[in-house]
Design a protein around this ligand. Structure first.
Ligand code: NAD
Length: 294
């Protein structure tokens, strides 16, 4: 039975913890919001340090690089107090350089750490079908893999530390652009009097097909579990998507690369966020497209 500490019990962390607990792992969970450990079904840790104390595996699933840095390196950060045999797995989506910085500090302390961001959303976390893109040493990857297999279906070693985050940012650039494109097409079809289900039936078997359409359709109806059917309750929040697009923008700038569609997607998500929709699911961008056309 693996002893696991889990920090960050939000939309993704809770179902990930539930799977670990159901598979027989002993999990201590911590979140700054009280009561989420009960919702996840794990033991309660009073602090991040308490969650990390005496475990063999430490997993973090936090909103952004700031929280990840604070938890590992900040005042009372857990890195310095971990046992040398602990494997650290950060599943948050953060900047490549932040992942590399924390990994280097962990390595200097003799600890194995991998960045292992995920794809598949809350539904994938609930079903245990996430894809993990894992950056770090081959040894770190092999140690993390059996734990990640409890929560995911595809566990892929992407290369050195930080490469998991690099792959994740590229994935989310594509996701944001395809969600906006899908939303534009759905709104145009609406205006042209085409039934949404009919469009879905055709495009899901045609070249316009995408995950944004077939697994996460931004219009209610065709995909019953998509956030569009629950007033865009996240899921994956607009604020999180905007964070990832800004990270992708920065990464593009660092390589002197022009990424015009990502820039445009970032502006649209920033606009949607400014209108007070940061906590809505990112597929709610379809509402902005509808409004822009009025
Ligand atoms: P969330 O905001 O629902 O959950 C994050 C949790 O971290 C919150 O419960 C928050 O209270 C907690 N937290 C913040 N600071 C903390 C601290 N210092 N100590 C302990 N807990 C702290 O976010 P989420 O949707 O679960 O996403 C988590 C990460 O996974 C993000 O980096 C996101 O980009 C990524 N991600 C999310 C999805 C998705 O569909 N939601 C999919 C793939 C990747």
């Amino acid at each position: 039975m693996s002893k696991i500490g889990f920090i960050g019990l939000g939309n993704m962390g809770r179902p990930m913890v539930s799977r670990l607990v159901k598979s027989g792992c002993s999990v201590k969970g911590f979140d700054i919001v009280e009561g989420l450990d009960q919702a996840a079904g794990c033991q309660t840790a009073a602090t991040a340090k308490d969650a990390a104390d005496g475990v063999k595996v430490l997993i973090t699933m936090l909103p952004s690089g700031k929280e990840v840095r604070d938890v590992y390196l900040g005042n009372g950060g857990v890195l310095a107090s971990l046992d040398a045999n602990v494997i650290i797995i950060d599943c948050s989506t953060i900047a490549v350089e932040t992942a590399c910085e924390i990994n280097a500090k962990a390595t200097a302390l003799g600890l194995d750490m991998v960045d292992a961001p995920v794809s598949g959303g809350v539904a994938g976390a609930e079903a245990g079908t996430l894809t993990f893109m894992v950056g770090g040493t081959r040894g770190g990857f092999e140690r993390a893999k059996p734990i990640l297999q409890i929560m995911g279906e595809n566990i892929i070693h992407t290369g050195v530390a930080g490469s998991g985050e690099a792959v994740k940012l590229c994935n989310n650039m594509m996701l944001a652009v395809s969600m906006i494109g899908t939303s534009e097409a759905l709104v145009l079809a609406e205006r042209l009097g085409v039934d949404c289900q009919t469009l879905f039936d055709v495009v899901s078997r045609s070249t316009g097909q995408s995950w944004a359409l077939t697994s996460y359709c931004p219009a209610p109806g065709p995909v019953p579990k998509s956030p569009a059917n629950k007033e865009f309750k996240p899921g994956f929040s607009t604020a999180m998507m905007l964070k990832d697009l800004r990270l992708a923008q920065r990464a593009g700038q660092s390589q002197f690369l022009s990424i015009p569609l990502t820039e445009a997607a970032c502006q649209l998500y920033a606009d949607f966020d400014r209108r007070g929709n940061g906590e809505l699911d990112f597929s709610g961008i379809i509402e902005l497209i509808r409004d822009m056309g009025r």
